[in-house]
Design a protein around this ligand. Structure first.
Ligand code: NDP
Length: 448
């Protein structure tokens, strides 16, 4: 088996040797999915995984825009259309200086499995730009988004490819992107998700990724007769996913003690309650400030510059910032401090060593493609509401989100439980369950 996996990975490395994040994501999937393919004749010998690691289409384009001082700026735009076997391409746009092909291909590849797990008809894609929104004026953000969409609009559409937000792309950016799409196409369609409530958005979409990550943690804890109430929780990030993960933990009676951004983390051992979280939301979403400002408002808290929160003792850790933000040493520290549950809000936040450490220690560990799928699932619900030209209530969307997270959890158990020990390997479960649905569709559609 090792030989088969290595043979496959060698081929992928030859073609994509300069794309470390993409290779990391493929390796993790190959290690669990290839043994399953070998045991199941219908998939064997069809090169399905080899087809799945090659994007169906990848577009890169120039984005010219004029900054506030009149200078012409040039950025690079991307859209990776990874797999459309089960529905239109679907996945977020990321605006961050680190964006490159490797990062977007890893995200698009993960998205294929994640979208399959949601049970909704969505293929996988991802896109973005190396544009850095930090420190830009609202007018600069608008000009950039308009310029970006003036090329992207050719490649997307409500039945082709439906982008959403990701790092650096929130409600403000989706508004500007949607405005330009609508103008160029002269039609009002659900081509982007994460829209504002008065122009086609869905209730609960902003909350969905964070809430879903916590619902998934709750489901895992319930398998042990436990729950979030009374637990100490560390969270990284302070953006969309982190904010709503914190809100849901607080609602369920847990105690959130950390939040972070790329400049460092804050720890508040008295607990970040709803009032303090409202302060963070205003700081981050309206004032676009840094997390260190928290200690000026709440002086008993501490700020650690350029550090991550994983040294703080906790029962549950929710990494909600970015990829590879939790390494093998962090995982060791978390385990030594008694952490029993890790639910990933970000995409691939735990590196390979960290994932192995969690699985070897047999704690409850959910990979992002399962635990953060609530965001895209609710985007799928936004698409459905757009098609129906109808809005569901907050409770209706929230209960559908909870049902979907429960279904994903059940699928992970079905494909990830070890019959002998009873331990559930959610990584294996998510990879195989996500693979099977896409692979069956690819087989049915032939070699296209
Ligand atoms: P936001 O841009 O709203 O927030 C990102 C947060 O992570 C910020 O606090 C940011 O700090 C921090 N961060 C970003 N890059 C780094 C870095 N290199 N080192 C340390 N901190 C960093 O993004 P989201 O909350 O939307 O996304 C967070 C994660 O969740 C990403 O991995 C994304 O792919 C994933 N995700 C998001 C979904 C969504 O619906 N939004 C859906 C599923 C997954 P700073 O402000 O300093 O940059």
């Amino acid at each position: 088996m090792k030989h088969k996996i290595e043979g496959f990975l060698d081929l992928v490395r030859q073609r994509n040797g300069h794309e470390p994040e993409f290779l990391q994501a493929v390796e993790e999937v190959a290690e669990t999915v290839i043994p399953y393919i070998v045991q199941h004749d219908i998939y064997h010998g069809k090169n399905i995984l080899l087809r799945m690691v090659e994007p169906e289409r990848a577009v890169t384009f120039r984005v010219n825009w004029v900054d506030d001082s009149g200078e012409i700026q040039v950025n690079r735009g991307y859209r990776i259309q990874m797999n459309s076997a089960i529905g239109p391409y679907k996945g977020g746009l990321r605006f961050h200086p680190s964006v490159n092909m490797s990062i977007l291909k890893f995200l698009a590849f993960e998205q294929v499995f994640k979208n399959s797990l949601t049970t909704l008809p969505m293929g996988g894609g991802k896109g973005g730009s190396d544009f850095d929104p930090k420190g830009k004026s609202d007018n600069e953000i608008m000009r950039f988004c308009h310029a970006f969409m003036s090329e992207l609009f050719r490649h997307i559409g409500p039945n082709t490819d439906v982008p959403a937000g990701d790092i650096g792309v929130g409600g403000r950016e989706i508004g500007f992107l949607f405005g330009m799409y609508k103008k160029l196409r002269n039609e009002f369609t659900g081509v982007l998700t994460g829209k504002g409530m008065t122009w086609g958005g869905s209730l609960i979409r902003p909350e969905a990724t964070g809430y879903g990550t916590v619902y998934f943690a709750q489901k895992m804890l319930q398998t042990k007769g436990d729950d979030i109430g009374g637990k100490t929780v560390t969270i990284s990030g302070s953006g969309n996913v982190a904010q709503y993960a914190a809100e849901k933990v607080i609602q369920l009676g847990g105690k959130v003690i950390t939040l972070s951004d790329s400049s460092g983390y804050i720890v508040d051992n008295e607990g970040i309650n709803s009032d303090k979280l409202a302060f963070v939301m205003d700081l981050k979403n309206n004032k676009r400030g840094r997390i260190s400002a928290y200690i000026e408002a709440y002086p008993t808290a501490k700020f650690f510059a350029n550090k991550r929160p994983w040294n703080e003792p906790c029962d549950i850790a929710l990494p909600c910032a970015t990829q590879n933000e939790l390494d093998g040493n962090d995982a060791k520290t978390l385990l030594e401090n008694g952490c029993i549950c890790v639910s990933e809000g970000a995409n691939m936040p735990s590196n390979k060593e960290a994932v192995s450490a969690f699985l070897n220690a047999k704690i409850l560990f959910a990979p992002g493609k399962a635990s953060n799928a609530g965001g895209v699932a609710t985007s799928g619900l936004e698409m459905t509401q757009n098609s129906l030209r109808y809005n569901w209530t907050r409770d209706e969307v929230d209960s559908k989100l909870q049902e979907i997270m429960g279904n994903i959890h059940d699928k992970c158990i079905e494909f990830g439980r070890d019959d002998k020990t009873g331990y559930v390997d959610y990584v294996k479960g998510a990879n195989i369950a996500g693979f099977v649905k896409v692979a069956d569709a690819m087989l049915a559609q032939g070699v296209v």
